[in-house]
Design a binder for this molecule. Structure first.
Ligand code: NAD
Length: 282
């Protein structure tokens, strides 16, 4: 039976520490503030944004929301980002994805000042991560690295298999693991014979969005399993990409869904806002 990595508890610990840091910044006259841009009416995005605002409130970070109409054009979106870039009282800017398909999200991420890019999606910050330089690291991957740290799981020399190559999870995670001297295999929907790579993994990270896809016969004994997937079943229940009940028996460590990676993502976003506020005023 594996040790269950408690993301909820670790996230709360990070949030408690950030609250203290935020109070100290305020004593110095620095008022950390996050601006969130939401375009259109995507239901899930509204929930995510709401959770971010609650986290800000708990820590003492000021929060400002910009709700834009579905039919806004690219120029209007970029103009808003540029206005927020210039505002000295705003330390972090977050553009909630997805945005309507007529808009160019890459151009929008590029427009966010790298100094305020708390999601770590600006190409300059992505490049810095690949050069192993200090930067804003995308929140989910960074949260996973914090879990490894907390549970003293060393990456050096380990075989890490990541399934999923998205820009927000898989690719930055690949860089994070390489930076920690792991040997990393990146799998995706076009990978042949996936099992060959999952079975070889000392650490397996599933970020594919396929409910209970990873079965016990796909992993080796003692594997560390990180389940990034969030899948909502017809019964409304959340499940990960891993068949938790069965894989857990073979794992040395495993994250649950919910209560694993999910809570870490928001905690790290808050961490990045505080980091931005500190750097902005140096
Ligand atoms: P995405 O849809 O952008 O990418 C999915 C990736 O999985 C792709 O690279 C695809 O090639 C790969 N994939 C899909 N089916 C596969 C298969 N059968 N075999 C091998 N690879 C396969 O997804 P994303 O945005 O990276 O999110 C992945 C999952 O993680 C989703 O369930 C999402 O909800 C979840 N997520 C969770 C958090 C969190 O905070 N816990 C954050 C971001 C995403």
């Amino acid at each position: 039976m594996g040790i269950i990595i408690d993301g909820k508890k670790l996230a709360q610990k990070i949030r408690t520490n950030l609250k203290i840091e935020c109070e100290e910044l305020k004593k110095k006259g620095i008022n950390p503030k996050l601006a969130v841009i939401l375009v259109g009416n995507d239901g899930a995005s509204k929930v995510y944004v709401k959770n971010k605002s609650i986290a800000c409130q708990e820590i003492g970070i000021e929060y400002e929301e910009y709700l834009l109409n579905e039919d806004i054009n690219q120029e209007e979106l970029i103009n808003l980002i540029e206005k927020l870039n210039k505002q000295k009282d705003i330390h972090g800017i977050l553009l909630q994805s997805p945005i309507p398909t007529h808009l160019d999200i890459n151009q929008a991420f590029e427009a966010i000042s790298p100094k305020k890019d708390v999601d770590g999606f600006n190409p300059i910050n992505v490049g810095k991560l690949s050069l192993n330089q200090d930067t804003f690291v995308s929140c989910t991957p960074y949260g996973i690295m914090k879990m490894f740290e907390e549970y003293n799981i060393k990456l050096e020399g380990k075989n890490v298999t990541i399934i999923g190559r998205s820009n927000i999870v898989g690719k930055p995670l690949l860089q994070c693991c390489i930076n920690k001297n792991a040997t990393v295999t990146m799998c995706h929907s076009k990978t042949n014979n996936l099992e060959q790579y999952t079975k070889n993994a000392d650490i397996l990270i599933a970020a594919m969005g396929k409910a209970k896809f990873i079965k016990e016969n796909m992993v080796k004994d003692g594997v560390v399993v990180i389940d990034v997937g969030i899948n909502r079943g017809q019964d409304g229940k959340l499940t990960g990409d891993v068949d938790f009940e069965n894989v857990e028996k073979k794992a040395s460590y495993i994250t649950p869904v919910p209560g694993g990676v999910g809570p870490m993502t928001i905690a790290i976003l808050m961490n990045n806002v505080i980091k931005a506020a500190k750097q902005f005023n140096i």
